[in-house]
Design a protein around this ligand. Structure first.
Ligand SMILES: [Zn+2]
Length: 243
């Protein structure tokens, strides 16, 4: 009984894999769908769903296998364009008022989700927010505490400020994107380990301690990625202005 109480209710978990996802019944045919599915998956139904913004996971909305930093951006774009087509108002011209409403809120959710997932900084923040409710973009609580990282970012900004040509800017951006990808792989690996530790219920003390440490590492990596992304965004803006 005690173990049951210790375990968090399933609905509160922001599970990362499809198998653990929250579910919802289709209003039309009653089939059970992932709560992030915009359309009913039943073959003979396929109708637009009344999706609750609070229970949606952006990664699952785009049928991406799980919440990870290193996603296939081409695949994301393809999915986004497909959904835009499926949600086009013309497709709902002859449907009921409710379906028209469902589709227009789904459409704004899709746009919002796409903007978040395509930006490295917002993507990292979304992963931490949806998993741990940690907002790394909140400057008041998320200032750099690590002097090594602070120094590194200072040097990086210095280097960036000395760059003047388009070629140097492009190569600076490419290098930083590679670094983000490397850190993203570390972050994804840490998240997998965290999930594994969480699965080991009931949580024994060493497991809890390991989780606490992993969470700290996840947060540190994410904050580093945030600062790196900022430098990249500033450089991309400068390059844009020159072009
Ligand atoms: Zn259905």
């Amino acid at each position: 009984m005690l173990f049951r109480q210790l375990a968090r209710p399933r609905s509160l978990r922001s599970a990362r894999s499809l198998s653990d996802a929250a579910h919802k019944k289709c209003w039309s045919c009653g089939a059970t769908n992932d709560a992030s599915s915009l359309f009913c998956k039943a073959d003979d139904c396929g109708r637009i769903q009344d999706v609750d913004a609070k229970s949606v996971n952006y990664f699952r909305m785009f049928d991406l296998p799980k919440s990870s930093f290193n996603i296939d951006l081409k695949e994301l774009e393809t999915q986004f364009k497909n959904m835009q087509k499926l949600l086009h108002p013309d497709k709902f011209a002859t449907k009921s008022i409710s379906e028209k409403n469902f589709s227009s809120s789904a459409s704004s959710m899709v746009n919002q989700a796409y903007q978040v997932l395509r930006s490295p900084m917002d993507r990292v923040n979304y992963i931490l927010m949806s998993r741990f409710n940690i907002n790394i973009l909140d400057e008041t609580s998320m200032t750099i505490k690590d002097p090594v990282l602070m120094n590194e970012m200072f040097i990086l900004r210095e280097t960036a400020s000395e760059i003047t040509t388009k070629e140097e800017m492009s190569s600076f951006i490419a290098d930083r994107h590679r670094e983000l990808k490397r850190l993203g792989a570390i972050l994804d690996g840490l998240m997998d380990k965290y999930d594994e530790a969480e699965r080991q219920q009931p949580a024994a003390d060493p497991v809890l301690a390991a989780r606490f440490k992993l969470k700290e590492e996840i947060q540190e990596t994410a904050v580093r990625m945030k600062y790196l992304s900022k430098v990249v965004m500033e450089m991309e803006k400068r390059l844009d202005e020159l072009s």
